[in-house]
Design a protein around this ligand. Structure first.
Ligand SMILES: [Zn+2]
Length: 480
């Protein structure tokens, strides 16, 4: 049986289950909910806001419930769910990484049987195992699995709901003429290709997220989304943007994001730690690229910037003008990692470009789609290079042919000389959280639980956040 422990923001924003992830039960604030209609659950939460009220609303249709409240035992008598005939023995355990989704045992029992609290063993329930209705354990609970995300763009990771909230506030204040993001980017639309993807940012998202308030709000939302997906280490990347109307310089843009990260880490109990990578956009001029380098220098070390990236529309080029910038980055900023969007499209997959990129001595490369055998061998020969592979992004955007089964993950993940790290790229656009990316590779490439744990842990070797962070993660991440 599959039990999903929901957090309040999921209730607020809608419950997104990865395809094929068949959840039988939902748990919210210690209450087991049964085969509820998630739309109705979300709608009830939005309308009533208080968990008790949600429960009450759901309980009006007791057929939808199989559990009874555990968090509020004294109020059980007020809840019509007493009419149901199942209780839950165990519904999860708390860990530093947040709620673990775990097996639960549902059994027929009178509703008067006391519930265990977290971690409490209950002899009576143990002895009642013969009455267990269902007791199976998921091979891997991908959301609970502590994960690292190394290739995520800040602006592309903002959920549509969050953009909608920003839009609503700006609309109320008369600060925007933009269309509602939920109309601009309808829920469920993920088939942005390279032609439609980049304009989405330049003509829409950047106009909406255009001041300190929106930047902070969206950053906090992105961090919260990754944390609730079980990400425990995140390298978020962004191209520094000045916001002239808000009087914000590029340096202030970076410091605003870093402050939001610090705020998130100091005000939540999440295990998520986040570092920043600053990106040079392929459309940048050389002076603009040097500006990014200067910001890396300014905010590296204790400041929170750990890497530099080359990103942007692969149809734009050539990129060799940036060679001195990346050479200087590697030579003069100690500890700064270099990651590059690599062979993302045919246009950016010429041997000439890829040899130039490799000459910058990247620690990691992203996408790695259009490369010939010679370049492939060079990548392997570098030894230990990180490959940030983004399945859903590549498939939804039509960057690869043949769907998930044909994705080049299958070609690379067992290659000893490289380190594959699954990444989302732009989860706000492509809609597949990191937990789902792991579920997808397990499904399409037959990875076992041991394979998955080993894949996630190998990513530690190529992160930019330093040895202390690596140690923390080695202790935190599952070894099998
Ligand atoms: Zn990317």
């Amino acid at each position: 049986m599959h039990v999903a422990v929901l957090e309040s923001h999921e209730m607020e924003r809608g419950i997104q289950e990865p395809p094929g992830n068949e959840t039988d039960h939902y748990c919210f604030q210690g209450q087991m909910l049964g085969a509820v209609d998630t739309d109705r659950l979300t709608a009830a939460y939005k309308t009533l806001t208080h968990p008790d009220a949600v429960w009450q609303a759901l309980a009006e249709e007791p057929a939808a419930l199989v559990g009874i409240p555990t968090a509020y035992p004294r109020r059980r008598s007020k809840v019509p769910a007493l009419r149901t005939n199942c209780t839950i023995d165990r519904y999860g355990e708390h860990s530093d990484a947040g709620w673990l989704r775990t097996s639960a045992r549902v059994r027929n029992s009178p509703a008067s049987v006391p519930f265990p609290t977290d971690g409490e063993q209950n002899q009576h329930q143990e002895s009642s195992s013969s009455r267990t209705l269902a007791m199976t354990v998921d091979a891997v609970d991908y959301k609970a699995l502590p994960k690292i995300e190394l290739h995520a763009h800040l602006s592309g990771s903002i959920s549509r709901q969050c953009l909608h909230e920003v839009w609503l506030k700006k609309k109320e204040n008369g600060e925007t003429d933009l269309q509602d993001p939920l109309i601009e980017m309808p829920l469920g639309k993920h088939d942005y290709d390279l032609k439609t993807f980049f304009p989405l940012f330049s003509s829409y998202i950047y106009h909406l997220v255009s001041d300190v308030w929106a930047l902070r709000y969206t950053t906090l939302s992105v961090l919260s989304d990754f944390a609730s997906d079980g990400v425990v280490y995140l390298e978020l990347r962004t191209t520094p943007r000045a916001m002239p109307h808000a009087g914000l310089t590029k340096a202030q843009y970076v410091s605003t994001i870093l402050s939001a990260i610090a705020e998130f880490e100091s005000t939540t109990t999440s295990a998520l730690k986040t570092k920043l990578i600053l990106s040079v956009d392929r459309r940048n001029t050389l002076p603009e690229a040097y500006e990014v380098l200067a910001l890396c220098r300014q905010f590296s070390g204790q400041g929170g910037v750990v890497g530099i990236d080359l990103c942007g529309d692969p149809a734009k080029g050539p990129i060799d003008i940036f060679t001195p910038v990346f050479e200087e980055a590697g030579r003069t900023i100690p500890g700064l990692g270099i990651t590059l969007h690599f062979a993302e499209a045919e246009a950016s997959g010429t041997e000439e470009e890829l040899l130039t990129l490799l000459s910058w001595k990247p620690d990691r490369i992203g996408h790695v789609i259009h490369l010939n055998e010679r370049i492939r061998e060079k990548v392997k020969r570098r030894g230990g290079m990180g490959l940030e592979l983004c399945l859903s992004c590549n498939v939804h955007a039509g960057m690869v042919c043949g769907g998930f089964e044909s994705h080049h993950f299958g070609e690379w993940w067992k290659v000893e000389e490289t380190v594959v790290v699954l990444s989302t790229d732009d989860v706000g656009v492509f809609g597949s959280p990191l937990s789902n990316e792991y579920a997808l590779v397990a499904k399409h490439f037959g990875l076992t639980r041991a394979d998955i744990c080993s894949l996630v842990r190998r990513g530690i070797d190529v992160l930019f956040g330093g040895d202390e962070e690596k140690e923390r993660l080695r202790a935190l991440m599952w070894s099998a």
